[in-house]
Design a protein around this ligand. Structure first.
Ligand code: XLS
Ligand code: NI
Ligand code: NI
Length: 442
């Protein structure tokens, strides 16, 4: 591996992960993800556009509200922040390269440690961006999206763009400006807004109307700045109903689409749908995907899974082939990703403390999406799935049904048609049949 010459190797017990096929018993190999294999007209890697999340894989130290760190990173030892950031980038790019993951995603303060000195933070981000650029050139790994962390610092405890204090909003603007600059410098394909603190802890002290207007203004200004600087990528909003606040304004896909429409942002913004956020909102992941796809704003996904027995964002790696196949059916039918992709916004468990655990986690996730892609493609090509759904609506495809869809019949005419038909026949929804169909193709 030429890029390692003269460099420290961090994941020194692991070699490159390669495709070995279904029969392989090697747990450090892909059984389904065969990057260049053509499915539905394009290579798997172009359908799936996998990305690794910097924050979970290279920053999260395993600490939780009840316990201390369990993950120890050797790249964190240097006392100089820029050197620490560079060593972290070396480890991250070694991981991406060994995994064959083509993209990554980061928040500003994932790639270099921030302080409370905001001008120093601007300088730090700029410095590490130069280094990341070199790493990208050397490895061919690209930036799927950048974002600013507007939720960790204590000043954001009442929100960032929706903070009741204007001066805190300006701090958020400083950070977003710098993160947009970094994203552009790294040729990032998208820029994400996840409103972790854009909501309220209690309505009793909140002017919701003003806060939402401020959020819309903030997004418009960010868009204008990025476009002025030559950014041609897509902006994503990542819906989540709550956590860390009691209520977040980007509650779910329908809510965000309504908001974008109200403030005339639909030309520039799409959605980044996260599995575990969908379930927190009381929806299925497929529901959120379908809502976004139907509105033409399915931009990207954050892949992970929740836990059926508890109600928070556990961000576990995806492993349920049935659910992933259902999701890939929607993604494929919607035409797939253009600038977006599949970002593993997922973390290994606190007690997954070995060097190889992060590899198993990503191998599993990538293999399940690859397999889901194959399953979905097979279902669309080799089954009656599409016909069954189409035929359910066939009465709207001709004659009076079509006239209704075209707005050519009024309520009285509908009444007369009902009288003509009299008692309609019952038509099965074929749910169990279709569920079995998915399992058959798995
Ligand atoms: C947290 C979010 C976050 C975003 C990026 O729940 O998923 O990780 O993806 O800020
Ligand atoms: Ni996310
Ligand atoms: Ni999340």
């Amino acid at each position: 591996m030429s890029y390692l010459i003269g460099k420290k190797e961090y994941y020194n017990s692991i070699r490159n992960i390669v495709f070995e096929g279904e029969e392989s018993s090697n747990m450090l190999a892909f059984r389904w993800y065969d990057a260049n294999k053509v499915i539905a007209g394009r290579p798997m890697k172009d359908h799936l556009r996998f990305a690794c999340a910097y924050w979970h894989s290279f920053c999260n130290n395993g600490a939780d509200p009840f316990g201390e760190a369990t993950h120890f990173y050797t790249w964190n030892q240097n006392s100089d922040p820029l050197e620490r950031g560079k060593a972290k980038a070396d480890a991250a790019f070694e991981f991406f390269t060994k995994m064959g993951i083509p993209f990554y995603c980061f928040h500003d303060m994932d790639v270099i440690d921030f302080t409370h000195d905001i001008r120093d933070n601007e300088y730090r981000l700029k410095s590490i961006t130069e280094y990341l650029n070199k790493k990208q050139q050397d490895s061919g790994v690209k930036l799927l999206w950048g974002t600013a962390n507007l939720f960790s610092n204590k000043k954001y405890m009442n929100g960032a763009a929706t903070n009741p204090d204007f001066y805190i909003l300006t701090h958020a603007a400083l950070q977003v400006k710098a993160a947009i600059d970094a994203t552009i410098a790294l040729d990032g394909q998208n820029y994400v807004f996840w409103g972790g603190r854009e909501g309220y802890m209690s309505l009793i002290n909140t002017n919701m109307k003003r806060e939402k207007e401020h959020l819309a203004r903030f997004l418009s200004l960010s868009r204008d700045y990025a476009r002025k600087k030559g950014f041609t990528g897509t902006f994503f909003i990542e819906p989540k109903p709550n956590e860390p606040t009691k209520h977040q304004y980007d509650y779910d896909a329908e809510t965000v689409i309504g908001f974008l429409r109200q403030y005339d942002l639909l030309d520039d913004f799409k959605l980044n749908i996260e599995v575990n956020h969908a379930t927190l909102a009381g929806h299925s992941f497929t529901h959120e995907l379908q809502v976004a796809a139907d509105a033409g704003v399915l931009g990207s996904i954050d892949a992970n899974r929740g836990d059926y027995q508890n109600g928070w964002d556990t961000d576990q790696f995806p492993n349920n082939i049935y659910e992933i196949s259902e999701a890939m059916l929607i993604i494929l039918q919607a035409g797939g990703f253009s600038t977006g992709g599949i970002n593993f916004d997922a973390k290994i468990r606190r007690n997954s403390a070995d060097q190889d655990d992060i590899f198993y986690a990503h191998i599993g996730g990538m293999d399940m999406f690859a397999r889901g892609l194959i399953v979905a493609d097979n279902i669309l090509k080799n089954s009656d799935y599409k016909d069954i759904v189409r035929i359910r609506y066939a009465s709207f495809d001709s004659d009076k049904g079509r006239a209704f869809e075209s707005g050519l019949v009024d309520l009285e005419a509908l009444r007369d048609i009902a009288v003509d038909i009299n008692e309609p026949e019952l038509k099965s929804g074929k749910q169990e049949y279709l569920e079995n169909l998915i399992n058959r193709f798995i």
